[in-house]
Design a protein around this ligand. Structure first.
Ligand code: NAD
Length: 349
């Protein structure tokens, strides 16, 4: 076994069907008396449901969360939190709502309580992101890590099946890269293997019956573990590729992860035998994920997500521009081939 350093992130998790009812206790236990509820416009009704449950402890609802946290939205949220005298935020929704809570935490140091309704995993990480003039800046700051996370699978019953599948693959991508991360540790690797197992087992059951609460619970349990892996390890080629594709070409976050993951894993498979074993998907896990994505009706080509062929070289240049840890050396030619295959929807090799 190789040497490692393990530092646990402070995290408090309340999990289970109906656990939204415990949110007021969580807010009170933290001594918060006026929290601002954040959500996306599409989930405004859920935001108001949460605010109603909080009663006097709710300072209001801001339903303006957007993908990649545009800086104008962050400024409005920061100003509103100050104007209302909020002493904390409750972010209800996916990575966009949690990201907005993090933007307020970064500016005012207010604690964030997250109530995740997708499988993106942002609630488990100290990573923030802000987008100005089409450029997304990210950073790590312990103040943005949510102080409490309430996972209620009942809130995920409404997540449309296509989004469920791609969000699930987004989470599995964290587990995959956590397994071969330069700072992988035995505990986090166990979480990664278990998280991927739970999610990949749950997704076909959800596609068969989107309101199967047990399957939704298993998926969210997997998402928690995969998110914790994202927060604990350094991501490699796959996440760099998705960051470049999302940031430069504005491709949708979770579908991009879904298309790229089998190809990035195929690229790294020869150099990451322990990760392959831990995933338990046989000797060709990349092909297994690609097949599963197809069976579940997920997108498998970047062209279908709106990327034009001429951008393949541009993204390849970006991804090899800065060095980062990856189990297999990242070459321009190898990355060009990987993106080309993901663009055309070929099976991973
Ligand atoms: P999202 O939060 O943008 O949600 C997508 C859409 O789904 C929204 O319209 C939302 O309202 C809707 N939705 C969410 N849950 C729903 C539900 N249960 N029922 C019905 N509709 C629902 O998408 P996402 O994929 O969760 O998050 C993506 C964003 O999160 C990106 O900006 C990404 O960069 C960021 N992210 C950050 C981290 C981090 O560690 N900082 C980690 C993962 C993702």
């Amino acid at each position: 076994m190789r040497a490692f350093t393990y530092a646990a992130l402070p995290m408090r998790v309340v999990f289970g069907p109906g656990s939204l009812a415990r949110l007021p206790e969580e807010v009170a236990a933290l001594g918060l008396t006026r929290v601002l509820v954040l959500c996306s416009p599409e989930q405004e009704a859920t935001g108001h449901q949460v605010a109603a449950a909080l009663g006097d402890r709710s300072a209001g609802v801001l339903a303006e969360a957007r993908m990649h946290v545009p800086v104008e939205v962050a400024h409005r949220a920061q100003a509103l939190a100050a104007e209302l005298g909020a002493d904390g935020c409750v972010a209800v929704g996916g990575g966009s709502a949690v990201g907005l809570g993090k933007a307020i935490a970064l500016e005012h140091g207010l604690p964030v309580i997250a109530v995740p309704t997708t499988y993106a995993g942002s609630e488990m990480t100290p990573v923030w992101g802000l987008t100005a003039d089409g450029v997304k800046k990210t950073g790590r700051d312990p103040r943005v890590l949510p102080v409490s996370v309430v996972y209620d699978p009942e809130l995920t019953l409404t997540l449309p099946v296509p989004m469920t599948v791609t969000s699930g693959f987004n989470a599995v991508a964290h587990a995959v890269e956590g397994l071969y991360a330069p700072d992988a540790t035995p505990v986090v690797s166990l979480m990664a293997a278990e998280g991927a197992r739970a999610l990949l087992g749950a997704l076909p059951r959800i596609v068969a019956d989107p309101v199967d609460l047990d399957a939704r619970g298993d998926a969210q349990y997997g998402a928690w573990l995969c998110g914790a892996v994202l927060g604990a390890t350094t991501m490699s080629l796959h996440h760099k590729l998705c960051h470049a594709l999302g940031g430069t070409l504005d491709l949708p976050h979770a579908p991009t992860h879904t298309v790229v993951l089998p190809h990035a894993l195929a690229y790294n498979t020869p150099a990451a035998p322990d990760a392959v074993t831990a995933l338990g998907l046989g000797p060709a896990p990349a092909r297994a994920l690609w097949d599963l994505a197809g069976d579940l009706g997920a997108p498998r080509s970047l062209a279908d997500l709106g990327m034009i062929e001429a951008d393949i070289d541009r993204i390849a240049d970006l991804v090899v521009g800065n060095p980062y840890a990856n189990p297999r050396p990242v070459t321009r030619e190898g990355v060009r081939r990987l993106i080309g295959a993901a663009w055309s929807g070929d099976s991973p090799t």
